[in-house]
Design a protein. Sequence first.
Lengths: 364, 364, 364, 364
Amino acid sequence: MAGNTIGTLFKVTTFGESHGKALGAIVDGCPPGLTLTEDYIQEELDKRRPGKAKGETPRKEKDRVEILSGVFEGLTTGTPIALIIYNVDPQSSAYEPLREVFRPGHADFTYFMKYGLRDHRGGGRASGRETVARVAAGAVAKRVLQEYHVEVYSYTINLGGVEAKERDLGFVEKNHLFCPDPTVYERMLAKIEEAGKAGDTLGGIVEILVKNLPAGLGEPVFDKLSADLAKALCSVGAVKGLEIGAGFKVAQMKGSENNDPICAQGFLKNDAGGLLGGISTGQDLILRVAVKPIPSHRLLQKTVNLRKEEVEIQVGGRHDLSAIPRIVPVLSAMTRIVLADHLLRQLAILAFRARLPFPDFFKG
Amino acid sequence: MAGNTIGTLFKVTTFGESHGKALGAIVDGCPPGLTLTEDYIQEELDKRRPGKAKGETPRKEKDRVEILSGVFEGLTTGTPIALIIYNVDPQSSAYEPLREVFRPGHADFTYFMKYGLRDHRGGGRASGRETVARVAAGAVAKRVLQEYHVEVYSYTINLGGVEAKERDLGFVEKNHLFCPDPTVYERMLAKIEEAGKAGDTLGGIVEILVKNLPAGLGEPVFDKLSADLAKALCSVGAVKGLEIGAGFKVAQMKGSENNDPICAQGFLKNDAGGLLGGISTGQDLILRVAVKPIPSHRLLQKTVNLRKEEVEIQVGGRHDLSAIPRIVPVLSAMTRIVLADHLLRQLAILAFRARLPFPDFFKG
Amino acid sequence: MAGNTIGTLFKVTTFGESHGKALGAIVDGCPPGLTLTEDYIQEELDKRRPGKAKGETPRKEKDRVEILSGVFEGLTTGTPIALIIYNVDPQSSAYEPLREVFRPGHADFTYFMKYGLRDHRGGGRASGRETVARVAAGAVAKRVLQEYHVEVYSYTINLGGVEAKERDLGFVEKNHLFCPDPTVYERMLAKIEEAGKAGDTLGGIVEILVKNLPAGLGEPVFDKLSADLAKALCSVGAVKGLEIGAGFKVAQMKGSENNDPICAQGFLKNDAGGLLGGISTGQDLILRVAVKPIPSHRLLQKTVNLRKEEVEIQVGGRHDLSAIPRIVPVLSAMTRIVLADHLLRQLAILAFRARLPFPDFFKG
Amino acid sequence: MAGNTIGTLFKVTTFGESHGKALGAIVDGCPPGLTLTEDYIQEELDKRRPGKAKGETPRKEKDRVEILSGVFEGLTTGTPIALIIYNVDPQSSAYEPLREVFRPGHADFTYFMKYGLRDHRGGGRASGRETVARVAAGAVAKRVLQEYHVEVYSYTINLGGVEAKERDLGFVEKNHLFCPDPTVYERMLAKIEEAGKAGDTLGGIVEILVKNLPAGLGEPVFDKLSADLAKALCSVGAVKGLEIGAGFKVAQMKGSENNDPICAQGFLKNDAGGLLGGISTGQDLILRVAVKPIPSHRLLQKTVNLRKEEVEIQVGGRHDLSAIPRIVPVLSAMTRIVLADHLLRQLAILAFRARLPFPDFFKG
């Protein structure tokens, strides 16, 4: 049943299928009085558009976001902000042969088992296209965080096994792979081209870095910031792993190595990834997610159809060769949605601690 | 603010501090008519008790769970099941020297930043002891899942770098480290002893395996089963990483390798870890979490106190040498809580699809 | 912060302002496999349209609902159903003089105090127009309830003091006031005309009757069906009172009068209004709500502006003379939304009690 | 399924049955740093104790609340506050004859239909005794509201038809009926005695008055303060009606009468009951609830048993003659729980509007 809403004070609900009429998000709980424009949101959406690969003619971008509510004369009003992106020309006929077949690695089978029927066109609700609504909502969260100077960066640190060593944030936005390491960028590109020629697809790892996050965000014990980030990031289709700070390396660390000592100026290192007891320390937040290779490749695959007959399929159509780079802005968006929510939750505590007064119109 | 409740239909709320009067859980949404005893719950609690290490005299176990409500004449009634475990003899005085000092690797600093004050005794709410309430609640979830033959196993596949290769489930419950590999068990023990002698602590990796899970559990798009499991597992104190199925290995896999082909008898392998589109496939569920070394070791640590003065501390008292094995039953418990919730959520869909009739007392 | 979502398994989120671009609802948790068309939803919307009064030329209806997602080839898919109604030609300039003035009886003042700014055009989010999204969502709930033959009727039993004695359900849909009593209908109409001539507006009482509701809906103790209905109905703008069954008459009843005796064929009367302990008994559900007169009348009113200056205003424009009859389908809609949610919640219990099996594709 | 939790930021979960081991509440989200003692909570509990009637020897009060967590050295810590009240000597044998019989006016039948079984002793979870946990939780909410000088008063304005005209708040706490009118108090007492002699029970009406409530509490559109109060109050067992401000009188009021004009000093009257658009205006909040007569009277009643056989029963044991006065502190408690929650929700908005800074330990 219902599972398309996330957040407590800053709450996001999304809708839409890959080949339906439209996708969108309702952002409920955005504070009032913030400037917000369609252009501001569009800028985030444009980061996830395809067709920016080297040597390629950029396709004319068709995803246009529209604000339907919650903004008045350029300012947020505190009421729900509805964002809509119409699907233009979805070309569903390419999916007709797949109507009764379960594509391996896709949600075709699970949706069928869950619901007894499914929208087979482009993966329906389970399509990567669903994330366009997340990115739109994440742009509103970005606007909220901006007031507190919280900055979220995501970048590709591993693509098909090619690893980035450097973290040059300036370079990240200059290359369409969101690669932070100028010295490996070309190798990543080559890796993708190679996969493309073989008709195959690639996985990778994306790192998320948050700067200027205040200390104190996250709640004991289930709504830890770590837990809510884990949920938000693992709710993105292709994610199969998550690390916080030192991540899986902690398995081989001693307590004396793993603990981050503290001095009068702050923490002396950051293996914790900015979270202690699931609550932000004020250090940089550092997360990493593993992204599986896109299941729609061009090679022959064994599967079954609705009548349990074994068939071989070859998924046609134009598909990305990796969920990276398009997933990168999605991961930033999900991170921001969680942070905006927890920032507001902690503000309620701080406001009470400060006995922040309520305005009184008549006495004021 | 409020963050100590998890779940939608099967909802768990916990309370309690390490050195407070009691810890406990309210399990709301357990179906009626199930046999449930304190012994059944106690059995799970006993799995997380300390003092079972080789050559050690088992300490007299003091954690006794009591059922306060929701069970009548041995059967669950459908109303909230309150479970309480009183703290016996917490010996808080050992923590007096730490009253104004932030222990590195602990939540002392973050709780202080969040709330402006904290219960310094044994970590308060952020103590590993908090998990006793999770295990108690998880036992109720286990009872629910039992009716559908869903089985959850957790075991230690890496302890301080010593890796288990085999997965001998029969062996798991026979050794107190929950090690699934008889051939490395002694090496794990030796590793712990070595750390103990050095005054240090160890991290590790725990794998979670779920058998007989029906297909169709999990909701698009935020309440994916994967996402809710990620939240539940990452809400456990020491967890710093999570993998589903092939996990971080997907970064180096091709789509043609990673996809699990399907034949008339089922899936031909399980790199997906039992989840497609975040919904269960009916295959085994496979998850892994990275557990950081316990931050309370006996070596000198640099830190600061409330007045920002730099101090060196040595954390005294009796502490475990690794969160493993005690975290193992906790991870099973959290997994079961999420699965019970999603099983009930999917039952609502299946019941509607079947137009399951409502009983009519007077006409029936 | 976020407050525009209602429901647990059947969850409705709405958005939109009176003079914004569009209003709409996301219905998340509608079971799959139900036929659902825009015409079906439109039929409900048409019940709340204005301009059907006696002797009046019906205005060309402009509110058209569009389904954006969640329906595929005519059937619900289980994923969120997005419904949108574009605002056509809102004529906001009429509200320009009210930009800095708080209209008495409206939410102008409270929105300003809450948010520090407000969309003054037509009441913004606080307009009665917001209810169009509720009615659209309620139509989906109606479709769900239809499968279990649950029928919801709402009708006007008091308009400006004119009381209906009879409950002729057949007559209700035949007159645009939703009056259930043919003998008072003309008097109600006369009362409205009289108010209109005086430039004033009328309140009233609406009764809600639910037939064929199964027993067992509602949860202890906060999510009682009575409590959730109270919330849903009192969340409708003009509602200032609520009664269940005998309602306020219970204050003067003895226990021996108020209790409904039970015989082998069922309950012998229904002062409880179909709810005992907040859970449905299987009898008819009977609720009544008090609807305040529309605050936008044409007489002079004393108020203040943003600068606390006292001013006299006369609210112009075309306004209804009573929230009745337009609120009647809104109340049905809210009732249905709550009932659909609780029906699904109870189905989860019944399914578990019956150990409803999960389908197994490969073994099945 | 789960329905025993209420609130968003200030969240209350309760448990316990009439004749179980204990009842209690978890209050999650109480701000840190507040003094809180068992005596403070006990004071509220004592207001709902029985045996204070005129001429009666007060029974030794046995309900003692204990704080199990969330308070450290006398101050709230921000973590869940667990409150427990053990049942002492419940004497369940008196209910043995009712094991298989549905008492009219009680939840016996509905719990049986919902769950297929029930705890028949004293009504189980559906007993009025369940409210002891609400009152305990409400005391914590009172402590929160106290910091903002918000005051909640509840008093009996109608008992068995005897109406209070005056509102003497000083008198309210001086008489055990919580009657606000010294001139009718004796008549109310006489009415109760008369009912007692006849073996019958009485209903009544309770008014709730809130002073010093800030403007701006409540959220559009479903989480209106009015809606959340309606839910909270209608979740109390015997409540069958609710009024806000003028309540059902609005049915006969004109818009020109009902609207509250505004002048530079404030509102000129308060028919709105302190709520416009469901958001608090800063005026007094005024609510009224109708309380049904206690269904356990001593006269013969027709009913059926589990085998659908018609039987006549006479409910024995010692029962109150009216839910009033014991329900009065319960209604205050529920009101406070909702207000504390919405106060914190609005503080998050105000804090953001003020860009309330986060503390920085190392730079601060």
